[in-house]
Design a protein around this ligand. Structure first.
Ligand SMILES: CC(=O)SCCNC(=O)CCNC(=O)[C@H](O)C(C)(C)COP(=O)(O)OP(=O)(O)OC[C@H]1O[C@@H](n2cnc3c(N)ncnc32)[C@H](O)[C@@H]1OP(=O)(O)O
Ligand SMILES: CC(C)C(=O)C(=O)O
Length: 514
């Protein structure tokens, strides 16, 4: 039987200490509810002595939450502890978390106290907190830079005073995983009454080691981890909840414990915290980043299509994504391309048709970061336009457009087997290009409509252009798509001309026309 690993979420307290991440009372309640749905064991809702607003926020969370324990932070001062006790009055299950620094630099330079005075404050604070709740947590702040002997002394004293959770913070993210794990093991082994308390850790990410240090502590006997959604927190942040939870779950072979969390709520919670705080989640962030379960390169996509476990150690669905994601881009291969096309209802008649479409896809992918379904549909319909009548084809287009100059375009087309080049000036790059084409094909048609739609978002999106040509009572529409709307316009014009000059009406350019 494995031990329970308690998850103590401090997004609403330490997470809120990220500059710019402060939350209103109602926002804290919304996040607390999401944490409760995820079955987080303890929610640290704030620091009630910090302000009237934070007092009320902790109070509101305490009143709203039924299943998780709600905790408030307090310095080792009567006034802070009383504020926390009062704010937590309505909680079904409450905890007071009190702390005082134990490292030489903090004691001397910040608190201006002797080690004995610090122990005195700590013991007094724990005893006072016990007047409000049996559930008292004590943290020797900056434990990562504190002397182990002194930690043993103070922790033994606060256990006797009634602390039931001993949280060892690496306040400035200075520890190394092996060393931090050894400290936890030593404390548990050296403190005579350590069996009366649960050991916890609270790691900061200044060296990017918060999760590694937390996991090392768990391997050495810690049974509570303090963490935050998306790794939010003071300076470089705290250990990220989603990474800790999924590391323990995925590598059960390393741990004698597991959390009781419903990990399928992770992504929802991450998105909520990100939208409330305005802190975006980086795309390559483990578990909750947009790319965490996305595959772009052909070899990976091929492997995943054959068996997901080739490149996935967790299932996207298990942390709350709808599914994993195949991103089509310049590194993708035929297998992924064909699979996505089949999902879009496009079946290729044979290898040649697939290869042709795949070639166009690669050309587009060289110009565009990500290929969306709409791009693929445009790619296929464009193939359809051309397949319909490819008598005239765009070979090259060069446009010169600068302030103070009349735009001009040089276009080369292939008509039948023959290449022709023409130039024209126009009111803009599109106008000049269409006039250059017209100077070659000489339809004499009127442009009855010209419209541009962007198929996807972003400045690298494909534009789809539609033109309507009218000639001698005949009306045809032409379409073209490209990441460059001038090229899309030229393609659309040529597509319309091809339709206009259907075989019976086609006028082949005459020698000397060019
Ligand atoms: C590592 C951590 O994350 S700890 C939590 C950090 N979070 C916060 O600080 C957020 C909330 N803080 C605040 O709103 C304010 O700092 C308050 C309300 C707590 C205190 O404000 P002020 O009374 O104006 O004090 P100020 O912030 O300037 O200085 C902190 C004081 O607390 C003392 N102190 C710091 N930690 C502790 C402690 N754990 N126990 C007792 N006293 C402490 C300092 O020595 C200093 O005392 P001094 O003024 O006698 O020198
Ligand atoms: C109050 C304690 C746990 C803290 O936030 C820290 O040391 O980083």
């Amino acid at each position: 039987m494995k031990d329970k690993l308690i998850i103590f979420d401090t997004t609403l307290r330490d997470g809120e200490q990220s500059p710019g991440a402060s939350m209103t009372r109602d926002e804290k309640v919304r996040i607390a509810r999401a944490l409760e749905r995820m079955k987080v064991d303890v929610i640290e809702a704030g620091f009630p002595a910090a302000s009237q607003g934070d007092f009320e926020a902790v109070q509101a969370v305490a009143d709203a939450i039924k299943d998780s324990t709600v905790c408030g932070l307090a310095r080792a001062l009567d006034k802070d502890i009383d504020r926390a006790g009062e704010a937590l009055k309505g909680a079904r299950s409450s905890r007071i978390h009190t702390f005082i620094a134990t490292s030489p630099i903090h004691m001397q330079k910040k608190l201006n106290m002797t080690p004995d005075q610090v122990i005195e404050y700590a013991v007094r604070a724990v005893k006072r907190a016990r007047q409000y709740t049996d559930n008292v947590e004590f943290s020797p702040e900056d434990a990562g830079r504190s002397e182990e002997d002194f930690l043993c002394r103070i922790l033994e004293a606060v256990i006797d005073a009634g602390a039931r959770t001993l949280n060892i913070p690496d306040t400035v993210g200075y520890s190394m995983p092996q060393q931090f794990g050894a400290t936890i093991a030593n404390l548990i082994q050296r403190i005579p009454n350590s069996d009366k308390a649960i050991f916890s850790v609270h790691c900061h990410n200044d060296l990017g080691l918060a999760v590694a240090n937390s996991l090392s502590a768990v391997m050495n006997g810690a049974r509570q981890v303090e963490c935050t959604i998306n790794g939010l927190g003071e300076r470089a942040g705290n250990a990220s909840l989603e990474e800790v939870v999924m590391a323990v779950r995925t590598r059960q072979d390393f741990f004698n414990c597991d959390t009781g969390l419903d990990a399928r709520e992770i992504v929802t919670c991450s998105k909520l915290v990100s939208s409330i705080t305005g802190f975006p989640v980086q795309p390559n962030k483990a578990i909750v980043g947009a790319n965490a379960f996305a595959h772009e390169s052909g070899i990976h996509q091929d492997g995943v299509l054959k068996n997901r476990e080739t490149y996935e150690i967790m299932r996207a669905e298990d942390v709350g994504w709808t599914t994993n994601r195949m991103v089509l881009g310049k590194h993708s291969g035929r297998n992924a391309f064909k699979t996505r096309m089949a999902e879009l209802g496009v079946d290729f008649a044979g290898e040649a048709e697939l290869n042709d479409a795949f070639f166009r896809f690669k050309q587009l992918a060289d110009k565009k970061h990500e290929i969306f379904d709409e791009d693929l549909q445009a790619l296929i319909s464009e193939q359809g336009f051309e397949a319909e009548d490819e008598h005239i084809k765009l070979v090259a287009l060069k446009v010169c457009s600068e302030t103070g100059e009349v735009p001009n375009a040089t276009v080369t087309i292939r008509v039948g087997g023959k290449e022709m080049t023409g130039c024209a000036q126009g009111g803009g790059a599109v106008d000049a290009s269409l006039k250059a084409i017209e100077s070659l094909v000489k339809t004499g048609a009127t442009l009855a409509l010209y419209s541009v739609n962007n198929i996807t978002n972003g400045t690298d999106a494909q534009g789809e252009v539609t033109v309507r040509l009218e000639n001698a009572g005949r009306i045809v529409n032409g379409s073209g798509a490209d990441t460059d709307i001038v090229i899309a316009s030229a393609k659309a014009y040529i597509n319309a001309v091809n339709k206009l000059q259907s075989p019976d009406q086609r006028q082949h350019p005459q020698k000397g026309d060019v």
